[in-house]
Design a binder for this molecule. Structure first.
Ligand code: ATP
Ligand code: MG
Length: 390
């Protein structure tokens, strides 16, 4: 028997209905805030992710679905969507126009990880990217949008926040951190690699021993420059004014190398060890880094599978009509009648003659609103029998 690949899965009803329910409502919320739908290819040049997500990240270092295509191109199934959206933004010259542009997306991402609960090799994200807004108020807005989405689905969460500084305060801090790391023995091999490539990533290490070692490490947040410190303070003050709860997590760093200033994660206690349901942050240097005109930007991604574990779609309303025949002579008549329905409502047609009771049961199962029947009597009177199932 041929099975789906390890870490990949089918989504069938009723789960697929919950999926649609999530996407539809999250879409409605994000559109309300001025975001427009964007689609970018699932396959991109590997170099795009290497440069934007960064060689030092686990995503690029270990998890890429990378291969050489038949034309000899080094390509990769997207592990996340920000890189592709930024590439598209530059390729279509939005950066040259100036002003603010807001996009949202949803779709499959691929990471070659060890499959476990809440962790797949193909999974789905719903996310957004906002370009051209420099103000910390856009960061607040993004956080309120995620909150609005999670609240709509009645998901419990904690918002964790940190500031990753900028080109000014990051380099001297990194030096200080490396000095500290050089004095530590017993760091795992990943952290030793991180020390040389992108030292702040050590804080992201899942190894308990490393986390212990890192407790006394210098923290970026206490080394911020005035601008970053003031922005972070203003952000927090605004969250307080809006009564949005948060925890400052000095160990929070993000997957991408080019994140700066605000970084955040929403974690939920409802789903076990893989508890991050949404994450994101500011990446003001990425557009420029990928060859575009300098453009501030901020984005987020929600892990849809982890959300689906926590919600059920509400029972759907009855829609459309069910058509059935009581005798063989009526089958074609009911088929013709059903085909005349042009009101775009759902149509269920039974090709077998059955008892009225059997048809009513089938109509109920199909969640139809109306049951329309033709039997011998109706063939004579030419008026079909009808029942409202609501
Ligand atoms: P984690 O710490 O769980 O590995 P991450 O930092 O790699 O998460 P991001 O790159 O920030 O994750 O992706 C955003 C969201 O996508 C995560 O918060 C999570 O909900 C979801 N996600 C990430 N990787 C997977 C996966 N392999 N399977 C399912 N969902 C995932
Ligand atoms: Mg990960």
């Amino acid at each position: 028997m041929i099975r789906a690949l390890r870490g990949m899965k089918d989504t069938l009803p009723p789960q697929s209905k919950t999926y649609e329910y999530f996407i539809q409502n999250a879409t409605q919320i994000i559109k309300k805030h001025g975001f427009e739908y964007i689609q970018t290819p699932i396959l991109e040049e590997s170099v795009l992710f290497k440069r934007s997500v960064g060689d030092s990240s686990d995503i690029v270092g270990k998890e890429m679905y990378q291969f050489i295509d038949k034309g000899g191109n080094d390509v990769c199934l997207r592990p996340e969507a920000t890189a592709g959206v930024v590439r598209s933004f530059i390729e279509h010259k939005y950066d040259k126009q100036g002003g603010a542009f807001k996009f949202f997306y949803h779709g499959a991402m691929f990471r070659y990880e060890r499959p476990q609960k809440g962790r797949f090799r193909e999974f789905r994200q719903f996310g957004a990217e906002s370009f051209g807004e420099e103000s910390y108020l856009e960061d607040v807005r993004i956080l309120t949008i995620i909150k609005e989405i999670l609240d709509f689905f009645k998901i419990e969460y904690t918002l964790k926040l940190n500031s990753l500084g900028c080109q000014k305060c990051m380099p001297p801090y990194k030096k200080e951190l490396v000095k500290f790391l050089n004095q530590q023995k017993d760091l795992c091999s990943d952290c030793l690699r991180r020390k040389d490539t992108n030292p702040i990533r050590v804080f992201d290490c899942k190894n308990q021993k490393c986390q212990e070692i890192l407790k006394p490490a210098p923290k970026l947040n206490s080394n911020l420059c005035d601008e970053c410190r003031n922005d972070f303070k203003a952000l927090i003050k605004m969250l307080d004014r809006l009564n949005i709860e948060y925890e400052i997590d000095l160990n929070l760093v993000r997957g991408l190398d080019y994140y700066n200033k605000s970084a955040f994660e929403f974690v939920s206690g409802q789903i076990g060890a893989q508890n991050a349901v949404a994450a994101g942050g500011r990446y003001d240097k990425l557009v420029e880094f990928l060859g575009g005109k300098p453009t501030p930007a901020i984005g987020f991604a929600i892990g849809v599978e982890r959300i689906l574990q926590m919600i059920n779609s509400p029972k759907e309303k009855r829609v459309g009509s069910y058509f059935g025949a009581l005798c063989d002579e009526a089958i074609e008549e009911i088929f013709i009648l059903a085909n005349r329905q042009k009101d775009h409502e759902k149509v269920h047609i039974s090709y077998q003659s059955k008892s009225l009771k059997a048809h009513l049961k089938a109509a109920d199962k199909a969640n139809a609103k109306k049951c329309i029947i033709i039997g011998e009597d109706e063939l004579k009177t030419k008026i079909p029998w009808q029942k409202d199932l609501d």
